[in-house]
Design a protein around this ligand. Structure first.
Ligand code: UD1
Ligand code: MG
Length: 432
């Protein structure tokens, strides 16, 4: 049995935000959820240490347990907060930092394997700029003796290139004892989690550093670092999408979410945004500057350029959604077309129906939302306003410029517009 304790009690002052740091999003979900997702295959249990008054964080990590660190007395103190939940636990515990969300499952697996052959294992990296990371001090044999925080380090120690990434793993029976013995007689008067390494060494236990790339172990303390983490995750997601058989014509211009699903032979043109909850089936073309969120695009459909698919859009096989068309809770049947300048909200469109340019479903009366139904093979003339609730029958036609307030039977033609009157001689010349 293995447990992960994730420290996330800090507000993250350098983010300059009203929101807890770990709630800031990367690829469409809070950074702490990335870390939890990486840890779930490795750990049987996750406990998150939160600060006081962070209900939204507690909700974001559910169903995992949370404990509150009332006073921010350091990372070692924060880890101790989980002790009551681990009373009598005989397995291994890893302590992770919530602001270190890019760690992969593979690296966490290497960490727990490293711990199997040592009293304690920690994750370390050799960043291009070691900056203010804690430094990993090794003895002659290469074994780790202690970690020295930047604030407490001598010049010689600051010259060490191996940095602490902030993840340690040990048997809880040992770790709990080392945590209980921590002292705060250092430059920051904090209980440092990192001091458990020296405690292990003092007991003659071997500590090993498991190294991983900086790109994975970088911490996030500011919005500049948040953007760097976003870039890292985006490049991972794009690579996975391409390796899965989707073409991204200009990958770096496409924004994906953690859960975007792109089928085989999907072609995504430049500058497309996939917000969370999008599934795109095989052979779909998504043209430039389209925005998709919580929607499904079925096989062979063509989206965009400049299309907006909002939550609940379901575009049927081979359907077309063209430029400046917005869909919300809209089901388009197979082969249906809405190619230009249209709003379709709370609507079912039958297979093969054609929605003319400028069609609007008037779905909201200021108080309630109402549905529109358009039958299979119907032809909605340009600039039709469909005042919901309303139904246009199968194969029915609405004349251009109509305001449809009553149901149209199957196969009927509905004309609902002012009649044209021609006034001879009253044209431009007639006015002068
Ligand atoms: C920590 C490490 C440092 C390492 C670096 C890697 C310590 C003492 N230092 O420094 O060696 O190189 O991470 O990124 O551990 N937290 C709490 N309660 C507290 C203090 C912190 O929950 O009382 C949480 C924070 O919310 C954060 C994490 O612990 O998620 C790390 O704290 P932070 O202040 O960012 O530590 P660093 O200074 O980055
Ligand atoms: Mg940090």
């Amino acid at each position: 049995m293995r447990t992960a304790i994730i420290l996330a009690a800090g507000q993250g002052t350098r983010m300059k935000s009203a929101m807890p740091k770990v709630m800031h999003r990367i690829a469409g979900r809070p950074m702490i959820r990335h870390l939890i997702a990486a840890g779930e295959p490795v750990f049987d249990r996750v406990i998150v240490v939160v600060g006081p008054g962070m209900p939204e964080l507690e909700k974001a990590v559910a169903p995992h347990a949370t404990v509150v660190q009332a006073e921010r007395l350091g990372t070692g103190h924060a880890a101790r907060m989980a002790a009551p939940l681990l009373d009598g636990f005989s397995g291994d515990v890893a302590v992770l930092y919530g602001d270190n969300p890019l760690i992969t499952t593979a690296t966490l697996e290497r960490l727990v394997q490293g711990r199997a052959s040592a009293g304690l294992a920690l994750l370390a990296m050799r960043p291009a700029d070691p900056a203010k990371y804690g430094r990993v001090v090794q003895g002659g044999s290469g074994a780790v003796e202690r970690i020295v925080e930047w604030a407490d380090a001598s010049e010689a120690e600051r010259a060490i290139g191996l940095c602490n990434a902030g993840v340690v793993c040990a048997a809880w029976a040992d770790l709990s004892r080392w945590l209980a013995g921590l002292r705060n007689d250092n430059r920051q008067s904090e209980f440092y989690l990192t001091d458990v390494v020296a405690a292990a060494h003092a007991e003659g236990r071997r500590a090993v550093a498991v190294e991983a790339p900086e790109a994975e172990l970088r911490g996030i303390n500011s919005r500049v670092e948040l953007a760097a983490a976003e870039a890292e995750v985006q490049s991972r997601l794009r690579a996975a999408a391409m390796l899965g058989g989707a073409t991204l014509v200009q990958p770096e211009s496409v924004t994906l979410s953690f859960d975007t699903k792109l089928g085989q032979d999907v072609v995504v043109d430049p500058h497309v945004v996939f917000a969370p909850g999008v599934t795109v089936e095989d052979d779909v073309a998504i043209r430039a500057f389209s925005h998709l969120e919580q929607c499904v695009v079925r096989r062979g459909a063509i989206i965009g350029p400049y299309a907006r698919l909002r939550p609940g859009a379901d575009v049927g096989e081979g359907a077309h959604v063209g430029n400046f068309v917005e869909l919300k809770a809209a089901h388009l049947g197979a082969g249906a077309k809405a190619n230009h300048l249209t709003y379709l909200g709370d609507v079912t469109v039958g297979a093969g129906a054609n929605i003319g340019a400028g069609t609007i479903t008037c779905n909201y009366d200021g108080v309630n939302k109402h549905r529109t139904e358009i039958g299979a093979g119907a032809f909605i003339g340009s600039d039709t306003a469909l005042v919901a609730p309303v139904r246009v029958g199968a194969r029915a036609v609405t004349a251009a410029g109509s305001v449809i307030t009553e149901d149209v039977p199957d196969d009927a033609l509905a004309i609902a517009r002012g009649r044209q009157a021609n006034k001879p001689g009253r044209g431009a010349k007639g006015k002068t």
